[in-house]
Design a protein around this ligand. Structure first.
Ligand code: BGC
Length: 763
């Protein structure tokens, strides 16, 4: 029976609203609606009128109880909504901020907070209640198609940068959905793959970044990932969503599914009972399924009520519930300045022989590489942003007063026009993500003769090597991690010709993730990783090239010599034709596709290379500057459950700059095999003038030193002497200090056990 005078929702009457709700209404609240562009419709589409065009979804309104619909839109590099709407000439562009890898490479949490604040403000002013981001999966393999959206191969970097982003976005009174929880380490068969991983690697690596973020911010929502973890879908995994997330970590928000709310092989009662509050997008039939499951005694009404309560607690916080009058006119100019500053600071200088950079007396350059003229702002798929413009290299240089040689510029500009039109005409409709973002155009052959013509008019050569990647597909080794033949010959020919004329060659890497560099780096005088730096990219690169900005970005992932050196590679899918393969995967037994064994266990990224003494192209934490720094002797002190490491840093060079000090810990010898050292804290200096010093204080939570003890389901810090090594990257340790630490244990839930034997890597 529907009561007369139903209560109207407010922050204080949630329990009475729940009492007044019918079972159908409760079920409706748990089944959200998607955007009508979403592939595989049949979901709750058009079920609510579109509120913000292009937003990824909505939660359902129940007007009888004063419950409004709320709007969720993709992130993580900006607010993903449509830039144009029918019936108006007004545009709704959103700022393209740097991708996750670029932001993390700043190692500057207050800068990331400011980016989050700007992004959150844009969402607020466009009528969006939740940004679907940040992306916080660990970069397990250089081949994962979505690495660009994630921060690092390291959980401390992931957790601290994620915290800054969440706090920044949420400072605007809107929410986040930190994703994809958890172990969404690959895109191939991402919606079904079973990620088989030890409890220790889960706790210490794959969950740790999320744990740090949940403990240090109050994320409104978390998104459960598509994949399974040790045999169970994340969205139906009570161990993950209730025991770990809520009970162990104290999460108070809602969990929503990634964009398949209904699984063929997962009854909805398992999702609700697991603590997955919202199916996104759900299907109309799921409302009925919930009602029937409760009536049949398969689903406890208390579990439903718990999700409903979480949903209502979320709804009363939203701007939409609170009647915020959004302007649809965020300050895009102010945000362009923020993105420019952030991308400049995230760029990593890999090489700078003979002080090639900053450029001196360079008036004109020969600008090679298709992407110099079609610079990537971000990646493909839901994480792309409909930006007002992208400053490419040509315009970035021009804005900085540097011209380009006209003939080469004309060749490339015409080619970009032609290839863009051709790509559109040839498009495979299954590759939906190519419509979301800037797809990659093939590189063209540049002949020796053409290069010879360019030398006369150019003081230097700049070559852009770009990579695109995105949702739904992993990267290939050939032509994606490695260079293509056209790229190789372009670098060799340009380098031979320009070096013979005594002119420098600079390579700009415009990629959201790692690439091969050792086979060609000798041919370049300087290499700058610009990542996918957002809409102001070309201006940011020019800021660094001209010395207006001194680079201070550092790698948050190892750059290996070859993909084969990475231990996860042998268990990573390499199916170039994956899209055609999808239909054929039926057996459930295809290794690397239906299931993926994390045999490298805790040895992900530098934890492997450093412990096993393997050479890399560029180590974790690496990045050059135009100045030099001297480190003082570090000191370490214990204060209760915290450890403080201090070090003084002096700018010993000639120009102002910032340095990132990194604290790596070698644990006491105890009951567990441990990586040789692990990052536990870091800090970035302020802008230090030449000769200026600063003392950095870095805090480590003692619990972050613990190993995960699977047998007892506990965190365990072993008693003994710990060494705190302070360095400029994992291979360049400048000084160390030791501390005797008294061990302790902390019990946590015993969940997420592997169902299959894993052949784990050991020292
Ligand atoms: C992606 C999510 C995204 C969602 C909504 C999914 O396919 O995996 O990251 O937030 O779509 O667009």
């Amino acid at each position: 029976m529907i009561a007369q005078n139903a209560p109207q929702l407010n922050a204080k009457n949630i329990d009475s609203v729940i009492k007044a709700m019918t079972l159908e209404e409760k079920a409706q609240l748990l089944v959200g609606g998607g955007n009508d562009g979403f592939v595989g419709s049949g979901s709750m589409l058009g079920h609510q009128k579109k509120i913000v065009a292009g937003a990824a979804g909505i939660t359902v309104a129940i007007p009888r109880l004063g419950i409004p619909a709320t709007v969720v839109a993709d992130g993580p590099a900006g607010v993903h909504i449509d830039s144009h709407r029918g019936g108006t000439t007004q545009t709704f562009y959103a700022t393209g901020f740097p991708v996750g890898t670029c932001l993390a490479s700043t190692w500057n949490t207050s800068l990331v907070y400011n980016v989050g604040r700007a992004m959150g403000n844009e969402a607020l002013e466009y009528g969006v209640d939740v940004i679907l981001g940040p992306g916080m999966n660990l970069q397990r393999s250089p081949l994962c198609g979505r690495n660009f959206e994630y921060y690092s191969e390291d959980p401390i970097v992931t957790g601290t940068i994620g915290t800054a982003m969440v706090n920044g976005i949420q400072s605007q009174g809107i929410g986040v959905s930190a994703k994809h929880f958890a172990v969404n380490s690959q895109e191939s068969d991402r919606t079904r793959v079973d990620e088989r991983v030890s409890q220790r690697a889960l706790r210490e690596l794959y969950l740790k970044g999320f744990e740090i973020m949940v403990r240090n911010s109050n994320p409104w929502t978390v998104m459960s990932s598509y994949n399974k973890i040790n045999g169970l879908y994340a969205q139906g995994n009570k161990g993950l969503l209730t025991n770990v997330l809520r009970n162990d970590w104290g999460f108070k928000g809602i969990v929503m599914t990634d964009w398949i709310g209904k699984r063929k092989d997962l009854p909805i009662e398992s999702e609700v009972a697991a603590g997955n509050d919202l199916m996104m997008p759900g299907y109309p039939a799921q409302v009925e399924d919930i009602v029937n499951a409760v009536k049949a005694g398969k689903l406890d009404i208390n579990d439903v009520d718990l999700c409903v309560k979480n949903m209502l607690e979320y709804i009363v916080k939203t701007p939409r519930f609170n009647g915020y009058k959004y302007s649809n006119k965020p300050d895009l100019e102010a945000h362009a300045q923020i993105t420019r500053q952030a991308s400049t600071e995230g760029m990593v200088l890999l090489k700078n022989d003979g002080h090639t950079l900053p450029l001196k007396n360079i008036k004109n350059v020969a600008l090679f590489g298709v992407n110099s003229y079609d610079f990537f702002s971000g990646g493909l798929g839901s994480g792309c942003v409909n930006v007002p413009y992208v400053v490419d290299m040509l315009n970035g240089l021009k804005n900085a007063g540097i011209g380009t040689t006209p003939q080469l510029t004309e060749i490339y500009q015409n080619y970009v026009k032609y290839a863009t039109a051709k790509l559109k005409a040839d498009k495979n409709p299954e590759m939906w993500f190519l419509d979301q973002g800037q797809p990659k155009l093939d590189e063209i052959e540049i002949t020796k003769r053409c290069i010879e013509h360019e030398i006369k008019g150019a003081d230097a050569a700049i070559i852009t090597i770009a990579r695109q990647a995105g949702e739904g597909i992993d990267r290939q080794i050939e032509g994606e991690f490695n260079l293509t033949d056209n790229e190789k010959s372009m670098i060799s020919r340009v380098s031979d010709a320009f070096h013979a004329a005594g002119k420098p060659v600079i390579v700009i890497i415009n990629s959201g993730s790692v690439m091969e560099t050792t086979s060609w780096r000798d041919r370049a005088d300087a290499i700058l990783v610009a990542w996918q730096p957002g809409e102001e990219g070309g201006n940011s690169v020019a800021d660094v090239l001209t010395g207006k900005a001194n680079p201070s970005g550092h790698l948050t992932m190892t750059w290996p010599i070859s993909v084969a050196d990475v231990p996860s590679t042998k268990n990573f899918p390499q199916n170039p034709d994956y899209y055609n393969l999808t239909d054929k995967i039926a057996s459930g037994q295809m290794k690397g596709v239906d299931y993926t064994n994390h045999e490298e266990d805790i040895y992900v990224g530098y934890r492997y290379f450093d412990t096993f003494g393997k050479q890399v192209a560029y180590p974790f934490g690496y990045g050059l500057s135009y100045t030099t720094f001297e480190y003082g002797k570090p000191t370490v002190k214990e204060h209760g459950d915290k450890i403080e490491v201090s070090v003084s840093i002096k700018n010993t060079g000639k120009v102002a700059g910032k340095e990132v000090a990194q604290v790596y810990v070698t644990a006491a010898k105890g009951s567990y095999e441990k990586p040789a050292k692990e990052l536990k804290a870091y800090a970035k200096t302020d802008m230090l003038k030449a000769g200026q010093s600063q003392t950095l204080k870095m805090t480590i939570n003692k619990r972050d030193l613990a190993s995960f003890d699977e047998a007892e389901s506990q965190w365990k810090v072993d008693t003994g002497v710990y060494t705190f090594k302070v360095g400029a990257n994992v291979e360049d340790i400048k000084g160390q200090a030791t501390l005797n630490i008294k061990g302790y244990t902390e019990k946590v839930s015993d969940v997420l056990k592997p169902q299959h034997k894993l052949n784990l890597l050991h020292q």
